[in-house]
Write a protein that binds this ligand. Structure first.
Ligand SMILES: CC(C)=CCC/C(C)=C/CC/C(C)=C/CC/C(C)=C/COC[C@@H](COP(=O)(O)O)OC/C=C(\C)CC/C=C(\C)CC/C=C(\C)CCC=C(C)C
Ligand SMILES: Nc1ccn([C@@H]2O[C@H](COP(=O)(O)OP(=O)(O)OP(=O)(O)O)[C@@H](O)[C@H]2O)c(=O)n1
Ligand SMILES: [Mg+2]
Length: 171
């Protein structure tokens, strides 16, 4: 594979995780996953920014993106079943990583929405890659590429969402 094609397939592979991570901003809200509960340090388990609707909506949208991707490039996935499994694991993994990130942020006494550089941009990605690994993975070069470029895309996407009035902070 030449590098333009490696780069393309790396983005194509990770797209469900990107969608899953971005969707809660638009579809989230309502009851927080932690139900308002506090940890033994007296602070919220996850906080009000992690809602059940955002989580479920993100997993559904990310998985749906995988179905669409299958019909565009069936050869990349081999079967619809593989595409759905992969997209589900990438989406679920991304959102679990997002929850772990919030758990860590609350333990560090960072309020909801406060930036944690590294964690915010890479937590969801590393978790998505790990969950999806058993079904299909990328070359190590492609993984390193995603780790390097995703923070910039994440910042760009958040800035865009802020400018659109979808988020109250540009991170
Ligand atoms: C259909 C429904 C209801 C929702 C679709 C959601 C949607 C618009 C998905 C876009 C998917 C996508 C390709 C997103 C960009 C990739 C990415 C890593 C997103 C991470 O999500 C960040 C998200 C939440 O941040 P959090 O981790 O703190 O929770 O931010 C929300 C962003 C959006 C809802 C807007 C999505 C942004 C765009 C469509 C614009 C994308 C702009 C860029 C990629 C700029 C590129 C910049 C550089 C520097 C290259
Ligand atoms: N499982 C999720 C994840 C996100 N969101 C929505 O998406 C917004 C942005 O997500 P994120 O930046 O991950 O949350 P923060 O509010 O920054 O909270 P934290 O400090 O815990 O990361 C949240 O405020 C919330 O409205 C949601 O409803 N459910
Ligand atoms: Mg945030």
């Amino acid at each position: 594979m030449g590098w333009p094609s490696s780069v393309f397939w790396a983005f194509w592979y990770i797209l469900p995780a990107y969608f899953a991570n971005a969707s809660p901003v638009l579809v989230g809200g309502g009851r927080p996953i932690d139900g308002g509960r506090v940890w033994r340090d007296g602070r919220r388990l996850l906080g009000d920014g992690k809602t059940r609707r955002g989580f479920i909506g993100g997993v559904l949208i990310g998985t749906l993106v995988g179905v669409v991707q299958y019909f565009i490039t069936p050869g990349f996935y081999g079967s619809l079943e593989t595409a759905v499994k992969l997209a589900f694991l990438l989406s679920f993994g991304a959102l679990v990583g997002d929850l772990v990130g919030s758990f860590i942020k609350r333990r560090a006494n960072l309020p909801r929405g406060y930036p944690a550089v590294g964690l915010d941009q890479l937590g969801f990605l590393i978790s998505a890659l790990a969950f999806a690994y058993p079904v299909k993975t990328l070359s190590s070069g492609q993984i390193i590429f995603l780790l390097v470029v995703s923070p910039f895309i994440h910042w760009g996407a958040n800035y865009f969402a802020y400018k659109m009035g979808w988020k109250s902070v540009p991170w």
